[in-house]
Ligand binder design. Structure first.
Ligand SMILES: [Zn+2]
Length: 169
């Protein structure tokens, strides 16, 4: 298990457009594994490569459904419909959340960790995660979309009792 440092809002790497992956290198396989470790350690539901300083189109998502984790390489939203408005946060903007409207249903085409093309359908939180993480690959932060103000979030409310270490990285 290896954790990577999560880049925080203001870091220029978060505002750049990421390059596609052409052939998955051994380094990129390690990156994916480290991204999963880093996401779970931070109790996040998604993480994009630029958030750990790598400008490649790679995303990991786990919303706790039966499929997860999703590993998306060169993902693209090919269909979207409906609308949902709800609270959203980002590991690169720690301790904050804001209200964002997203499509309620999206279909995403991406390569998996074997570089095979897959199509995924997401509703609700999963649709939100797909949109949020793919935005990161294009240099966009959810804070650009927040309606009203960012609010402070107290993560202590979500503390899990079996986990004594809740420090935020
Ligand atoms: Zn984010």
């Amino acid at each position: 298990m290896a954790l990577r440092e999560i880049r925080i809002e203001g870091d220029p790497i978060l505002y750049k457009v990421c390059k596609p992956v052409e052939k998955l290198s051994d380094r990129q396989k390690v990156l994916i594994s480290d991204m999963l470790d880093t996401m779970y350690e931070a109790n996040g539901v998604g993480l994009a490569a630029p958030q750990v300083g790598v400008l490649r189109r790679i995303v990991v998502i786990d919303v706790g459904d039966e499929h997860g984790p999703y590993i998306l390489i060169n993902p693209e939203i090919i269909e979207q419909d409906g609308e949902q408005t709800g609270s959203e946060g980002c590991l690169s903007v720690p301790g904050k959340a804001g209200t964002v409207t997203r499509p309620n249903h999206v279909v995403v085409k991406a390569l998996d960790e074997n570089m095979e093309e897959q199509t995924y359908e997401g509703e609700g939180l999963l649709a939100r995660a797909f949109c949020h993480e793919i935005d990161h690959l294009n240099g966009h932060m959810y804070t650009e979309l927040v309606q009203g103000d960012l609010v402070d979030v107290n993560y202590d409310d979500d503390e899990e009792d079996e986990d004594g270490d809740t420090s935020e990285e």
